[in-house]
Ligand binder design. Structure first.
Ligand SMILES: NC(=O)C1=CN([C@@H]2O[C@H](COP(=O)(O)OP(=O)(O)OC[C@H]3O[C@@H](n4cnc5c(N)ncnc54)[C@H](O)[C@@H]3O)[C@@H](O)[C@H]2O)C=CC1
Ligand SMILES: O=C(CO)COP(=O)(O)O
Length: 440
């Protein structure tokens, strides 16, 4: 329950026992929303600027933020972008501009670049000299305050905010390299769409891996955000999933522009699961295109995919909100990826050429990485181990087609008897109630 918000003109300066001092700061973006965990013992009157003291009862969540704010709240926050692919470079353009513009952000933004040679020259040198990632985002200038760094520890060691944006298959190695080498007060934001395998046949959320390995909180950002269009500054929306009400506004300020609008929600896991699963559905949309089926069929695949995404959250991440599927990270990302994404494009070519996904990724993407087929495999490993493949026939058939176990022509027959077509209406209404329908 939201009680009151502090003005964004105030930042936390000091915390002594249960007394928190709020100090005005120009362009400060720290906002504390008081929910049931935060109980102030007096009404807040923040109309006039200046120092004020408030008594409050602490909570773990709050103390985590205070730790960060207290450590160096008067210092501008340093940002590191861990990754520099297609999306990593597009987001670097935004973050770089915001860091130039906002007083509470350090001007210099480091960007970890996995080093490679381009026509005999290091990619980091090219980026730092020309301010363009000529391989992964050609044709777009990055702000000159974005500095490419080939060593991830050098890039990340002083950062207060770490933005992770690498293909999901590289996250564990990066975390292992960064362990113990970053600020203990840092916070993370993951833009990575995908899962990882958990021990025992399950899946792990990437943000959970980051939190577990690096011992820092990790929020997520997912949305209908094809990197090229974002870099072109075409209007779009995105969703930040952040449980920490005092951190959300800082993350939003780092990311938001007038053409890239951010909505912050607290349903972190659902936001992240949507971002991963829609890539599987996009492969199905690509199969539909490759098979020459029409828009109606594609719409059916998108709808059935959405229903499997909702069910997946309901079964494996109970407590998620149905409303989250209506944010940019849900339906919107599903639509954009099923029409304009790399997973769709390569899956269409997969049907038309008969080549493997790997061959097509190498041929068509110039070093960029597909997430959908990997994610389909990871999800299938879990569904199989739980004997639940038949409850997710769309995800299952997409995995089997990518893996060569089923011919693409079988795709539609696999989903003709989808549980969505078999369950009675009443069953479905009951099952949807369990994901907080009332909270829409
Ligand atoms: N490209 C897009 O339109 C969007 C991508 N995403 C997500 O963002 C994440 C990152 O995607 P992109 O930036 O597009 O990457 P990308 O698909 O362009 O991947 C290439 C990147 O991987 C790096 N790389 C290659 N081998 C590596 C290694 N061994 N270790 C570390 N890095 C290595 C390359 O240097 C390059 O920076 C993915 O999870 C993707 O799903 C999310 C929204 C939009
Ligand atoms: O996530 C994306 C758009 O939001 C990009 O999807 P692709 O990886 O299929 O290009």
């Amino acid at each position: 329950m939201l009680i009151k918000q502090l003005s964004t003109n105030y930042i936390i300066k000091n915390v002594v026992g249960k007394v928190i001092t709020i100090k005005t700061a120009r362009h400060s973006s720290v906002t504390i929303s008081l929910d049931s965990k935060f109980k102030f013992n007096e009404q807040l009157h923040l109309a006039k600027p200046g120092k004020q003291n408030f008594n409050f009862f602490s909570s773990n969540l709050y103390l985590r933020y205070v730790k960060m704010a207290h450590s160096d709240c008067t210092q501008p926050k340093k940002i590191c972008i861990v990754g520099s692919g297609n999306w990593g470079s597009a987001i670097a353009k935004i973050v770089g501009h915001n860091a130039e513009r906002l007083d509470n952000l350090d001007n210099r933004v480091t960007m970890y670049v996995y080093e490679e040679m381009i026509n005999g020259k290091k990619l980091t040198e090219i980026i730092n000299e020309t301010h363009e990632n000529v391989k992964y985002l050609p044709g777009h200038k990055l702000p000159s305050n974005v500095v490419a760094v080939p060593d991830v520890v050098d890039a990340a060691k002083d950062a207060d905010v770490l933005i992770f944006v690498v293909p999901h298959q590289f996250i564990r190695t990066l975390c292992a390299t960064l362990l113990g080498k970053i600020k203990p007060t840092a916070v993370a934001l993951s833009l990575i769409k995908g899962f990882d395998r958990a021990k025992g046949g399950g899946i792990d959320l990437i943000s959970h891996i980051i939190t577990r390995h690096l011992k820092i909180p990790c929020s997520v950002l997912m949305g209908a955000n094809l990197a090229g269009e974002v870099a072109d500054e075409k209007f779009c929306e995105t969703t930040i999933g952040c449980k920490d009400v005092s951190l959300g506004p800082l993350l939003r300020d780092i990311i938001q522009t007038d053409y890239f609008r951010v909505v912050v929600v607290d349903d972190e896991d659902t936001v992240e699961v949507c971002g991963a699963l829609k890539n599987i559905v996009a492969c199905g949309a690509g199969f539909v295109d490759g098979l020459g089926l029409g828009d109606n069929t594609k719409a059916a695949v998108i709808r059935l995919g959405l229903m499997e995404m909702v069910k997946f959250v309901d079964v494996f991440y109970p407590g998620g909100k149905l409303a989250t599927f209506f944010e940019s990270c849900g339906v919107a990302d599903l639509i954009t990826t099923c029409y304009g994404g790399r997973n769709r494009k390569v899956s269409e070519a997969f049907v038309k050429t008969g080549k493997t996904i790997k061959e097509l990724e190498d041929e068509m993407l110039n070093g960029q990485k597909l997430q959908g087929p990997f994610t389909a495999e990871e999800v299938n490993t879990m569904l199989k181990s739980k004997n639940m493949e038949n409850q997710f026939p769309l995800f299952t058939s997409i995995y089997k087609i990518c893996d060569g176990q089923l011919p693409p022509a079988e795709f539609i027959s696999c989903i003709k008897n989808h549980p969505e077509h078999m369950d009675s209406k009443l069953d479905r209404i009951d099952s949807r109630k369990s994901i907080h329908l009332s909270k829409i």
